[in-house]
Design a protein around this ligand. Structure first.
Ligand code: SAM
Length: 219
């Protein structure tokens, strides 16, 4: 997959490229390209945003600036999905991640301050995604959230099998994962459930499914 991120803060992504799972798939399963709107802006002095029509606080990312950035990279209209990261987008879920991970290429647009000129979302994007019902200061963290969620679903990102049984997976009927325990088996009187020490894999699997279902019932 090729993932293009348009941002005003490309260096924010540096630490992530050195961490698994992203580091494990970069250059093989995933090509990550970072573009700064400022590098292609048609305005002077690297300007990318402007005051909102109708007044009000904050600056708005300009449609001509984003169009110039997309044109510089893709020439014509991009063939891949172009996703605006915005609190007004559809909510990000594991199902959305599974849908996106099948794409050969994706473009993520982030904004800052007051957000996008609405014409960016309606005319230059094919989709809009929110990572949750809260407001962050910029689209970089949402882009990283999506990047991480996608990267861990690519072949070679995780140890064999460790991405299959996770919360929201079909194996767990779309629900939450069961609890995990590790050594010591006893700590301050808090014990690990006996079944996990039994060595009886069928019982352990049945217990895990039951725990997962119980979590889903209360969530
Ligand atoms: C301060 S926010 C703009 C908030 C906008 N004025 C509003 O009230 O919905 C600046 C940028 O951060 C990103 N952002 C903030 N919260 C987000 C979220 N929950 N999901 C996705 N992107 C978000 C978007 O790119 C947004 O344009």
């Amino acid at each position: 997959m090729r993932l293009d991120v348009f941002t005003q803060v490309p260096h924010a992504f540096a630490w992530m490229t050195e961490q698994r799972p992203l580091a494990a798939v970069l250059g093989t399963e995933l090509e990550l390209r970072l573009f700064n709107y400022r590098d292609t802006t048609p305005l002077r002095a690297g300007q990318v945003d402007d005051e909102p029509y109708g007044g009000g606080a904050g600056m708005v990312l300009r449609v001509d600036v984003v169009a110039a950035a997309l044109d510089a990279v893709y020439g014509d209209a991009p063939e891949q999905r172009v996703i605006a990261l915005t609190p007004q987008g559809r909510p990000l879920t594991q199902a959305v991640v599974e849908e996106l991970v099948t794409e050969p290429a994706l473009t993520l647009l982030s904004s800052r301050f007051e957000g996008f000129d609405e014409r960016i979302v309606t005319h230059l994007c094919s989709d809009a995604i929110s990572i949750g019902p809260y407001v962050l200061s910029g689209g970089e963290l949402p882009a990283m959230v999506l990047l991480d969620a996608i990267a861990r679903r690519l072949p070679g990102a995780l140890a064999e099998g460790s991405g299959e049984n996770e919360s929201f997976s079909t194996v767990l009927e779309g629900g939450l994962e069961h609890p995990h325990y590790t050594r010591p088996a006893e700590f301050r009187g808090w014990s690990v459930p006996d079944v996990l020490l039994s060595g009886d894999h069928a019982r352990i699997e049945a217990w895990r499914l039951e725990q997962s279902r119980a979590r889903n019932a209360v969530s």
